[in-house]
Design a protein around this ligand. Structure first.
Ligand SMILES: Cc1cc2nc3c(=O)[nH]c(=O)nc-3n(C[C@H](O)[C@H](O)[C@H](O)COP(=O)(O)OP(=O)(O)OC[C@H]3O[C@@H](n4cnc5c(N)ncnc54)[C@H](O)[C@@H]3O)c2cc1C
Length: 381
């Protein structure tokens, strides 16, 4: 027997932070959608990442009452430097008349703040998609729930927010041959709400203030990441110290996780009645913390289109065209930073030092970079 077809205007596959943001922004604008996720809902609480969110991201999340105030640590200054080389830049919130340049939030706390606003029947978690059939008017999606129940949904628009796309021929991949080892460590002295971005020949090392601790993103070639993952805590802290230098001391490392890093860019954001947003549209290197900020803007702009013009009349091609500057600009910026800074070439070290010095001495250039991080493409002149 075939199960009955349930209808919904917009179906969103993937209830990560981007999918949930889209659902809540649509609801705020009067559009109905439903979320499907293959993970049980509590699995989001096991995600080890911490996310640096821009001031612009905070403003958007506040509009859907999903800003995790108590869980967010403000970033007041960002110190950018290179290992074994001169030049440094300091970006200060005071120059932008903002309470903070950005904030650091655990993925799980952000997910919980968003999930707290979902209506009871809006998310089907622990559901495996069995089939997707698309046609000119929408899509039909068949899924199996954890208890074995089969369900079928008919929607007029299908949004993909499944996170990083692996093995998808529509996505171009450039492997960085770097892995991010992440964990939390306790600094001495206290972090003073300063974030550090330290470029090393192995890859960037980021220290993000989170509560009393730093959330560390320690980027390394895969073989060195293997070695670092296998170390006991005291050897790990020594390796971190050697990479960072002596300005701070680190103690009490928390559990470590690792993520292989690649730039993944989907060529086409819209196909018929399907749209791709968030990490499934683009996955970036975590240097300068752009990924979720960008995915949030994808979700926000798509919701604006759909709420303004309606699901059937929205010009999805115009939405896709409008996202190109932001996503390609962010991908280009992070890619160039990683490639220019992750090497030991003396001429490039000199050029980097001059570049960092130039940014520090030339406020308009520094402000441009800072505004780009705070506002995304809205910062372009
Ligand atoms: C080490 C590291 C550090 C980072 N730091 C930052 C940072 O500082 N700032 C920042 O902005 N970004 C950062 N990012 C990027 C950020 O984590 C991502 O951009 C963000 O999580 C993307 O959200 P998403 O909702 O698109 O995808 P995800 O968070 O991956 O969520 C996708 C959801 O889709 C579900 N799903 C997948 N496949 C299916 C399927 N077939 N059917 C149903 N459901 C499915 C998954 O279960 C999941 O719940 C970092 C990334 C890494 C790896």
């Amino acid at each position: 027997m075939t199960e009955p077809v349930e209808t919904v205007d917009i179906l969103i596959i993937g209830a990560g932070p981007v999918g949930m943001t889209l659902h809540l922004a649509l609801a705020a604008g009067g559009q109905k959608s439903r979320l499907i996720d293959r993970r049980p809902q509590q699995a989001l609480q096991a995600d080890p990442r911490a996310l640096a969110l821009s001031h612009g991201a905070r403003e958007l999340l506040e509009q859907i009452a999903s800003w995790p105030t108590r869980a967010a640590t403000p970033i007041e200054t960002i110190h950018v430097s290179q290992k074994d080389g001169f030049g440094r830049t300091l970006i200060d919130r005071a120059d932008y008349l903002l309470p903070a340049l950005g904030y650091v939030v655990r993925y799980r706390d952000l997910a919980a703040a968003l999930a707290a606003n979902l209506a009871a029947d809006s998310l089907l978690a622990d559901a495996e998609i069995i089939d997707i059939h698309t046609d000119d008017d929408g899509a039909t999606v068949a899924l199996r729930q954890a208890d074995g129940t089969m369900r079928r949904f008919r929607c007029r628009l299908l949004v993909h927010a499944e996170g990083t796309a692996y093995d998808d021929p529509a996505v171009s991949v450039a492997d960085y041959a770097q892995h991010a080892v992440i964990c939390e460590v306790t600094p001495t002295p206290k972090h003073g709400n300063r974030a550090w971005e330290r470029f090393t020949p192995d890859g960037p090392l980021a220290l993000l203030p989170l509560g009393e601790q730093f959330s560390i993103v320690f980027t390394l070639p895969p073989a060195r990441a293997d070695a670092v993952m296998a170390m006991d805590d005291s050897r790990f802290l020594a390796a971190l110290q050697a990479q960072f230098g002596e300005r701070l001391r680190f103690a009490a490392a928390g559990p470590r996780s690792r993520f292989p890093l690649a730039l993944r860019l989907r060529d086409t954001l819209v196909k018929g009645r399907e749209v791709w947003i968030g990490n499934t549209a683009q996955t970036l290197h975590p240097v300068s913390g752009q990924g979720f900020n960008l995915g949030l803007r994808d979700a926000w702009e798509l919701a604006e289109f759909l709420c303004r013009d309606g699901v059937d009349r929205s010009d999805l091609a115009a939405y896709a065209a409008g996202r190109q500057l932001d996503r390609r600009g962010s991908a280009w910026f992070t890619d160039k930073v990683v490639r220019l800074f992750s090497n030991d070439s003396p001429p490039l070290r000199l050029a980097r030092g001059l570049g960092l010095l130039g940014l520090d001495l030339c406020p308009p250039a520094r402000h441009f970079v800072a505004r780009r991080m705070i506002w995304g493409a809205r910062a372009w002149p």
